[in-house]
Design a protein around this ligand. Structure first.
Ligand code: SF4
Ligand code: SF4
Length: 245
């Protein structure tokens, strides 16, 4: 670490996974750069593009932790690159060297980009939207959800589809749809506006479902929205998601 005009500057080494789809070659490329303490990792990627290597491919959209497109693995931890500040990363990982890889949730398209269409296939299986809406109490009105009912699952609705939990999941069972898809199915079972519960329950308790989870809590640990994913999966395992609240 050095000081420049009173501002702390870190000398970082980023070892980034590269993949060229034309030659099918993959390798680790090392970049050395100076960075201020409040730069985010997306800023570092942009800095590399501007100053060293325009060919490095990565993904981002909102860069405010709301769209889930900049997820990567940094020193093995799945996280949002737009939320990770240099100073926090140095403190958390106790190093200035960072290994950066794409999430292992689908085939890599190039460098840090994964095929999101493939990644969404697992989520699509649980149809994460309301299929058969419950009728409103009177025509033209919205369906009311009581605060008590909402309290049971409102945290889960903060999911931004970043796939960090799916990437961190330790269950290697090939049929398991993963924590992200399980959470989406559980939300619709707990949502009083949804009348089609059976379809989701069938998937949740199938060989693709919650019993493939080993309760490690790795999914909860990495979730950038602090959703206790493993808690919801545990609740589903013991039948708690269908109990009247
Ligand atoms: S608690 Fe279950 S779903 Fe979550 S990471 Fe562990 S095995 Fe995967
Ligand atoms: S549950 Fe959390 S980690 Fe998993 S996809 Fe949603 S926001 Fe990301």
């Amino acid at each position: 670490m050095s000081q420049k005009t009173g501002q702390q500057v870190y000398n970082l080494t980023l070892k980034i996974h590269r993949y060229d789809p034309d030659t099918h070659r993959s390798w680790i490329q090392e970049y050395r750069l100076e960075a201020g303490r409040i730069l985010r990792f997306v800023d570092l990627f942009r800095k590399i593009n501007e100053e060293q290597d325009a060919t490095l491919a990565w993904n981002s959209s909102c860069e405010h932790g709301q769209c889930g497109t900049c997820s990567v693995k940094v020193n093995g931890k799945s996280l949002l690159a737009c939320e990770l500040l240099v100073e926090n990363a140095v403190q958390y990982f106790n190093t200035t060297t960072f290994n950066i890889e794409p999430l292992n949730i689908a085939p890599v398209v190039r460098d840090l980009l994964v095929d999101l269409e493939k990644a969404y296939e697992r989520l699509d299986k649980v149809r994460p939207y309301i299929i058969r809406p419950a009728p409103a109490l009177s025509p033209g009105e919205e369906y009311p959800i009581s605060p008590h009912e909402l309290e049971g699952y409102v945290n889960a609705t903060r999911c931004i589809n970043c796939f960090c939990c799916a990437s961190a999941c330790i269950s290697s069972h090939r049929t398991f749809l993963g924590p992200h898809a399980m959470l989406a199915a559980i939300i619709r079972v707990m949502d009083p506006r949804e009348q089609e519960k059976q379809e989701r329950l069938k998937i949740l308790y199938s060989d693709q479902g919650v019993y493939r989870c080993h309760s490690s809590r790795a999914c909860s640990f990495v979730c950038p929205k602090q959703i206790d994913v493993a808690h919801f999966i545990a609740l589903a395992k013991e039948g708690g998601i269908t109990r009247k609240r």
